[in-house]
Ligand binder design. Structure first.
Ligand SMILES: CC(C)(COP(=O)(O)OP(=O)(O)OC[C@H]1O[C@@H](n2cnc3c(N)ncnc32)[C@H](O)[C@@H]1OP(=O)(O)O)[C@@H](O)C(=O)NCCC(=O)NCCS
Length: 241
């Protein structure tokens, strides 16, 4: 079945090299805000920026304009020096990217779709477990599934779709309440979101940080490492000439 999937649709792995641009200039262009060569998501949707690897002075100025003074922006795999006095580097993250063309998707009727009304509860679980950014409109980026305690109805675990690229959909916001860990909930949720992605005709991929022990979970599910690149979080200082 996996081979069929790969044969039927020649996977374009190249779009994974610059996933933020691939999403923002492709299937998720409806969320895009653009200045020059720089593109980002509407502020309540997602934090990521698409940009050239070789940034010119104009590109840096456009990045600063798009983010705004005092706000943060990010650069993935930057290859040119930062201009002096325009940004402070506030964090540097090793971003690992996994591709899921070897993952076996599994539908799971016990998992429930989450919608806009669930966002406050989802946000509380995200704040408790810190899987990565989840903003008030992130849910518009794709399908989110959750596991609710059968007795109390409390949301105990979730996962969903974030970046949509041509042929590929990112799995994100994978988290389980500390009281419910080790019961296979994250495994079930990731496999079920993968099933939704495959049903849509796409292949799953995901990002995490190099030091996140959740990598074991993804590797056990069959995700394979595709790349490891630096992601810098910058604050626009606005001191530039
Ligand atoms: C990572 C996380 C989602 C795992 O949730 P979980 O529901 O406990 O995971 P599961 O019970 O489904 O684990 C499935 C498998 O992965 C393994 N696994 C899960 N988390 C792991 C971890 N942190 N380290 C090593 N192995 C792990 C489990 O041992 C299990 O293996 P098994 O099936 O052979 O027994 C949870 O620890 C969490 O919410 N962490 C904080 C948020 C986060 O970092 N999310 C990932 C963002 S990319």
């Amino acid at each position: 079945m996996r081979a069929d999937r790969l044969d039927a649709k020649a996977l374009d792995i190249g779009v994974l090299d610059d996933p933020f641009t691939s999403a923002l200039r492709g299937p998720q262009s409806r969320f895009a805000r653009t200045v020059g060569n720089i593109v980002t998501f509407e502020p309540d949707v997602s934090v990521f920026y698409g940009h050239p690897r070789e940034m010119t002075d104009q590109d840096y100025a456009d990045l600063a304009q798009l983010a705004g003074i005092g706000h943060t922006a990010s650069l993935r795999d930057r290859r040119t020096p930062l201009p002096e006095d325009l940004f402070d580097v506030v964090a540097e993250i090793d971003l690992v990217q996994y591709r899921g063309d070897a993952v076996e998707p599994v539908a799971d009727p016990e998992l429930v779709p989450l919608g806009v009304a669930d966002v406050p509860e989802m946000t509380a679980l995200i704040e408790l477990t810190e899987p990565g950014p989840f903003l008030p409109r992130t849910i518009e980026m794709g399908v989110y599934l959750g596991y609710r305690d059968p007795d109390s109805g409390r949301l105990l675990a979730m996962a969903g779709q974030r970046l949509q690229l041509p042929g590929w959909t990112e799995i994100s916001a994978v988290c389980t309440h500390p009281d419910a860990r080790g019961r296979g909930l994250a495994r079930r949720l990731v496999a079920a979101v993968a099933q939704v992605i495959v049903d849509e005709g796409n292949t799953p991929f995901l990002h995490t940080t190099a030091d996140n022990s959740a990598r074991r979970l993804y590797e056990k599910l069959g995700f394979t490492l595709n790349s490891e690149v630096p992601l810098e979080i910058l604050r626009v200082t606005g001191n530039n000439r």
